[in-house]
Design a protein around this ligand. Structure first.
Ligand SMILES: [Zn+2]
Ligand SMILES: [Zn+2]
Length: 334
């Protein structure tokens, strides 16, 4: 099969790779479409110790199953593979399973990713694409589930409904835009500010989301003025801004992971009882709910997705890297 292989820092090669072999309990997916995620970019920059080259990256995927009980079904994969037996798996928090692995990782166990023509997947990770969801847009289910999970966790942490909250979303990538769309269209939040340094990206997001679009240094982002902040960036500077601008008793939902550590105003967090929550992936239930949301078009049109050929995927990574790519999500078609 053809695949886009990550061969070294900022290096992707489109080349022939062996087809995945059949494994018991798993099926082979012929890939329709695969989305480029922030975590793929992180690996591409050589910053992910779980993704060591050479490796096929990618985990946001739809396709047609080639064998087994789902044969010939158009499906989307939940790429988070878990044990099904541990304390977390048994209580609906599969995403915290200690032996979890995501497609497109090779540490601790090898799982080739989806920037390819075929991939092998455990049967329990297969979900039929519901009516109403286009098969090439279906990979967006994965980042949508990440965003839904973050919004639901944020909602639970607050003492008032999200519809009455003033919200800051830091970052206008797919996760930021999707958090904004879920807040605006499903949770009926009216007061949303979305910040990003890339003006072209803000202009693109503004076509789909009802919010104020500003640069991260804009006066609009004032100290002690937001009930809840979604940090989809995860830089030291975004976290410092989040703790500065959150209101007493407010919440910070930390999703992005660009920089793992750094100074933070723990004094304000403590004195003002700010809730800071890290969120990761999604539960199986969140993933199922996401498919329903997308099938019913509850977050509106997905025309902000840009489609490109898998062959020229390397170029897409380069453009995302140098900030010349405007679309919040690029999906590659083999
Ligand atoms: Zn992703
Ligand atoms: Zn488990």
């Amino acid at each position: 099969m053809k695949a886009l292989v990550y061969t070294g820092t900022q290096e992707l090669v489109y080349r022939d790779e062996p087809n995945p072999s059949k494994v018991s309990g798993e099926s082979i997916l012929k890939i329709h479409a695969s989305g480029i995620c922030g975590s793929d970019m992180h690996a591409y920059h050589g910053h992910d110790e779980r993704r060591i080259p050479p490796l096929i990256l990618g985990h946001e995927v739809s396709g047609k199953i080639q064998n087994g009980k789902f044969k010939d079904k158009d499906v989307v994969l939940n790429p988070l593979i878990t044990c099904g037996k541990c304390e977390y798996c048994r209580t609906g928090r599969e995403h915290l399973c200690p032996s979890r692995i995501i497609l497109g990782m090779n540490k601790p166990i090898e799982r080739q990713g989806v920037f390819a023509e075929f991939v092998s997947t455990p049967d329990q990770n297969i979900y039929e694409i519901p009516n109403g969801l286009d098969k090439n847009e279906a990979p967006v289910a994965e980042p949508t589930a990440v965003s839904l999970h973050a919004v639901l966790i944020g909602e639970k942490s607050l003492k008032k409904p999200l519809s009455e909250c003033k919200v800051l979303v830091q970052g206008g990538g797919a996760i930021g835009l999707l958090c904004g769309l879920i807040l605006s269209k499903i949770k009926k939040t009216k007061n949303i500010v979305l910040s990003d340094p890339n003006k072209l990206r803000l202009a693109e997001c503004s076509k789909y989301l009802d919010a104020k679009f500003v640069s991260p240094t804009d006066k609009e982002i004032m100290s002690n003025s937001f009930d809840i902040i979604f940090d989809t960036v995860g830089l030291e500077v975004s976290r410092q801004q989040a703790i500065d601008v959150v209101k007493p008793g407010g919440s910070i939902i930390h999703i992005g992971l660009t920089q793992p550590a750094g100074p933070f105003n723990f004094r304000k967090m403590t004195l003002q009882e700010v809730t800071v929550i890290g969120t990761y992936c999604y539960t199986n239930k969140d993933f199922e709910q996401t498919l329903e949301i997308l099938a019913k078009k509850e977050i509106g049109s997905l025309d902000w997705i840009e489609f490109r050929d898998l062959k020229s995927g390397g170029e897409a990574f380069k453009q995302i890297h140098d900030g010349t790519c405007v679309a919040p999500k690029i999906i590659l078609l083999p």
